[in-house]
Design a protein around this ligand. Structure first.
Ligand SMILES: Cc1cc2nc3c(=O)[nH]c(=O)nc-3n(C[C@H](O)[C@H](O)[C@H](O)COP(=O)(O)O)c2cc1C
Length: 168
């Protein structure tokens, strides 16, 4: 049983990404995992300003916004799932901002201490996911996070359910 945090980067609460998230959550919960969902679009999270304060002060971001809630959930979670529609080849700006801001958590927990597992859920109108996968690997390889799998494409609820259920 794992604690799973899903970061939903879609602005559409009942959209195609949300449908995959629902299936993934059902699968994960069936296997006894605990799932928390954060709907980033509703949160007030500003972009990283590269002040590097967090690298000098033990990882405390000077921007006091809703990223505090994300960080608390990230610290709670053992698995972090990135879920997003594709916008211009990669994840949405909303989710990218959250990932940028995780830089402070890297400084707080240390690059080795920030040890999570992960999965990726994405939807798009087309089927070109390579750029998104490259971005995902740049981040998760650097962090050395175990990848439970990627669900790429609207309508793949069964796949999403199966990956969620495989987590233990
Ligand atoms: C600003 C914007 C950019 C998009 N860029 C792409 C793209 O580069 N490639 C693609 O296949 N679909 C693109 N789409 C389509 C969405 O990825 C697709 O409709 C997605 O499934 C929507 O997910 P949602 O229902 O969770 O909002 C774009 C949509 C928007 C609004």
């Amino acid at each position: 049983m794992k604690r799973i945090l899903i970061l939903n980067g879609s602005p559409r609460k009942n959209g195609k990404t949300a449908s995959l998230i629902k299936a993934f959550t059902e699968g994960a919960e069936t296997s006894g995992n605990e799932v928390r969902n954060l709907y980033i679009s509703e949160m007030d999270i500003k972009g990283c300003i590269a002040c590097e304060a967090c690298s000098q002060n033990g990882g405390n971001c000077i921007q006091k916004d809703d990223m505090i809630q994300v960080n608390e959930a990230v610290e709670w979670a053992e698995v972090i799932v990135f879920a997003s529609p594709m916008y211009w080849g990669i994840i949405t700006g909303q989710l990218k901002i959250v990932i940028d801001r995780l830089y402070a958590e890297c400084n707080k927990l240390g690059w080795k201490g920030f040890n999570k597992e992960t999965a990726l859920i994405m939807t798009a109108r087309g089927d070109y996911y390579q750029q998104s996968l490259d971005f995902y690997s740049i981040f998760t390889d650097m962090m050395k996070w175990k990848n439970w799998g990627t669900v790429l494409g609207a309508g793949k609820e069964k796949e999403a359910y199966a990956i969620g259920a495989s987590i233990n």
